[in-house]
Each structure stands twice: as structure tokens, then as C-alpha cells.
Design a protein around this ligand. Structure first.
Ligand code: DI6
Ligand code: FE
Length: 411
């Protein structure tokens, strides 16, 4: 299988008789090409545009795939997930439905700490096995790149185990995985309430060891009253910068601690959640050119009332991405198509904004703009081919998957 795939990736492949939503920055809107073709060679796009402009030299010895007037978009990108975790928290969900408060759930052993306990008890193989169905659900809807965070280990061995499991997910499936170290997610029980000492451990011990093994592509943190303060996060970010790792931040999700401005001041790739971000935060993000990652699944699941300031982001010209935030506590969501629908219905994002949010802007949130996120020469041949009449259908439907075929790096 792998051999056959490799062979075909060396061949020139032409997908034609297709309508393209290239998502290219050089075209307006979705970058639509009505009678389009995409040509791939050795896993990269060498042409994407009007079929009439197909260079004849590329057509020699090429394998030609007739797309039957279907639509082609870039392969989708889920740029914020906690996909690697053990067990689930359906019991907590039931308790909350029966009227239990967050505190009662926590006292009954629930919350992030229960996921930490479960992850510590799981082996790396267990984690890969448990996570694979979630990854497969994303892949089945055309996802070709997924970011996966640690953050349920909260000690060096268990954070490394999570990140190794995440890397293996990418080895075992035809998908690009980017890993993010989220040691500053919550305080582990053994820290006995000492946040400062734990942040020291994250910044001075865990992060350098993880960087030395090349296990993380970026560093993230949870800046919130129930998690870590801006000062504590700044200590982690200083350490990340010193190691040359890009940073991101869970910012302003439940309150405004000015996390967006903090992320901007460190030149982060993105700030994520942002329900409570104010005008100063949005303009700091615009100036720093960092991406706002919208996570409507968590907003929906915890029944948050405050929406992220989409209008401010629009006015300031902040790029918006859209992601599942798949995690067992606040967003048990493994459909990026449904996530787009939520971003539209709950946040008022347009079809164009939603589609940019899972393609070009999601690539930017991962620092991968030159590799993926649009149909343009030089980028990986990551494509999703859809049985739809218009791109709006990808955002409009709930619980229906119109994927016809998915191509990862030309295969
Ligand atoms: N924000 C969230 O909503 C989740 N983590 C985070 O940083 C919560 C994760 C969990 O409850 O397991
Ligand atoms: Fe998250």
C-alpha cells in the first residue's frame, strides 16, 4: 500500500473537470476557478488554475483524474486540538445536566485533574489506540493537517508520552501532525497549590527536555483565573523564545486577563478562544499580525454567553481561524464541518471567514503558510474533493459529510 502510494506521488497527477476554491490570497474571496485543474508532482502542487491554462508540458505521462464537476478545496486544517487524551468525561456531563455545579463536579474528582489521572495511567500505546478514532473522524471529513497539544500529563514523563503518541498518530495515518507542548494547562495535584514552583518546573526542566528531543513544534498555555496568570505565562514564553519555539495562548476564554495582548507582545502565532478580548487586545493582535483562533465548540458546550469580538477582529484586520478544540472537558467535538457551522450560527462568521478559518488562516496559526492552506504552486498537494453544488454547503449542513475524496501530499 505505502509503496503504491509513494509511486503515485512521484507521478504527475492532474485533477480536472473541477471547480476550485483555491483560498489563494492573490484572488478575492474563496479564490474560485470555475473550470479548474490542479496538478501535483512529488507531493507538491505545480499548477492550480483554469484548465484552459494547463501547461501542455505537464500533461505528458500524467495520470488524469476526472472530478465530475465536483469542488476542490485545500485539505482542511484543525489548528487547535487536545486530541490525545485518555477516557472521557461523560459522567461529568451527566452530573452537570442533573444540576451539579463546576465545584461539585471537581469535588467528586472531575475536571482536568481526572483527565490527568487517566492519562498518567495509560501507556503510550493505549493513548495512540484511544486517539485514533478521533483522528479518523477528522480525516473522514477532509482534514489533512491537525495540531495536537499535550497538557494532561503535567509532569515530564507524561507530557513526553503524550507528545510521542501525537507524533505517532501522524506516522500511522496520511496526515500532517503538529505538536504543541501545553505543560502550563493546569496545576497537577502534587504541586500542592504552588503555581510559581510548577511554572519553574515547566519553564526550566520540562520545556528544555522536550525541546531537546524535538517533541514539540510550539508552546501553549492556559492564561485564566482558574489556571495561570499573565506573569506566569510570560515566564514560560521567555523560556520558549530562548529555545526558538513559537508560542500560542489560550487567552481571555472566561475572563479578560489581557491574554491577547500578552500573546501579541511575544509575537505569538495565535491567541485562541478570546471571548473576553477587548479593543486594545484586538488591536495589539492586529499590529503583531497574530491569528485569532475561534473555538465555537467550547463556547457551545459550556453554554458561554459572551461571544468573541468578531466585529473588532474584522475591523482591525485580524485573521480568524476556526478549530474544534477537541478535548474531553469542554469540547468533545471531532467534526471540523460542524465546527464551521457553529462559527457561523453562534458567532456570525461568514461562509468565506469559516472556510478561510479551516484553511489559509489555520495554516498561519501553525506557522505553515508556505506549506499548506491554499491551492497554490509550491504547497503540498493536500486536497479535499466534495460532492457539493456550492462551498456554502460545507458550512450549512449539520452532521452530513459530503467528502468525495481526500488527497494528502499528492496521494
Ligand atoms: N481551555 C478549555 O476549555 C480546556 N482547556 C483549556 O485550556 C478545558 C480542558 C478540560 O476541561 O479538560
Ligand atoms: Fe484548547
Amino acid at each position: 500500500m505505502a509503496g503504491a502510494g509513494e509511486e503515485s506521488s512521484k507521478r504527475t497527477c492532474i485533477w480536472r473537470n473541477a471547480r476550485l476554491a483555491t483560498m489563494s490570497q492573490s484572488l478575492s474571496g474563496l479564490g474560485v476557478v470555475d473550470d479548474g485543474a490542479v496538478v501535483a508532482r512529488e507531493g507538491r502542487i505545480v499548477f492550480a488554475g483554469p484548465a484552459a491554462q494547463l501547461p501542455t508540458a505537464l500533461m505528458r505521462d500524467a495520470e488524469i483524474i476526472d472530478c465530475g464537476v465536483r469542488w476542490i478545496t485545500p485539505g482542511l486544517i484543525d489548528c487547535h486540538t487536545h486530541l490525545v487524551h485518555a477516557g472521557n468525561r461523560a459522567n461529568e456531563f451527566e452530573m452537570r445536566l442533573a444540576g451539579a455545579t463546576y465545584e461539585e463536579v471537581a469535588r467528586a474528582g472531575g475536571g482536568i485533574v481526572s483527565s490527568v489521572k487517566a492519562l498518567r495511567a495509560a501507556s503510550e500505546d493505549d493513548l495512540v489506540r484511544e486517539t485514533m478514532p478521533r483522528l479518523d473522524a477528522l480525516i473522514a471529513e477532509g482534514v489533512t493537517t491537525v495540531e495536537i497539544k499535550s497538557g494532561y500529563g503535567l509532569d515530564l514523563e507524561n507530557e513526553k508520552k503524550s507528545l510521542r503518541a501525537a507524533r505517532r498518530m501522524g506516522d500511522e495515518r496520511a496526515v500532517t501532525v503538529r505538536t504543541t507542548f501545553l505543560g502550563a494547562h493546569a496545576l497537577p495535584p502534587e504541586a500542592n497549590g504552588d503555581k510559581s514552583a510548577y511554572i519553574d518546573l515547566v519553564a526550566k526542566k520540562m520545556l528544555p527536555a522536550i525541546a531537546a528531543e524535538g517533541l514539540a513544534d510550539a508552546v501553549d498555555g492556559f492564561c485564566e483565573g482558574i489556571a495561570f496568570s499573565p506573569e506566569e505565562m510570560a515566564r514560560v514564553f521567555e523560556a520558549a523564545k530562548a529555545l526558538g519555539l513559537p508560542v500560542r495562548l489560550h487567552a481571555d476564554q472566561l475572563s479578560n486577563l489581557h491574554g491577547a495582548a500578552l500573546a501579541a507582545s511575544f509575537g505569538a502565532l495565535s491567541a485562541d478562544h478570546l471571548e473576553y478580548t477587548d479593543e486594545a487586545g484586538a488591536s495589539a493582535m492586529a499590529k503583531a499580525g497574530i491569528v485569532a483562533v475561534m473555538l465555537p465548540g467550547a463556547f457551545y458546550f459550556i453554554r458561554e454567553a459572551k461571544k468573541p469580538p468578531i466585529d473588532l477582529f474584522r475591523r482591525q484586520g485580524v485573521k480568524m481561524a476556526v478549530a474544534t478544540d477537541c478535548n474531553p472537558g469542554t469540547s468533545p467535538l471531532t467534526s471540523l464541518l460542524l465546527t464551521m457551522n457553529m462559527a457561523a450560527t453562534l458567532f456570525g462568521m461568514t461562509v468565506e471567514e469559516c472556510l478561510l478559518g479551516v484553511t489559509r488562516h489555520a495554516a498561519a496559526a501553525l506557522g505553515m503558510s508556505s506549506e499548506t492552506g491554499s491551492l497554490e504552486p509550491g504547497k503540498w498537494a493536500d486536497l479535499a474533493i466534495w460532492d457539493i453544488e456550492s462551498p456554502a454547503e460545507l458550512v450549512y449542513r449539520m452532521g452530513f459529510n459530503p467528502l468525495h475524496a481526500r488527497i494528502w501530499r499528492g496521494r
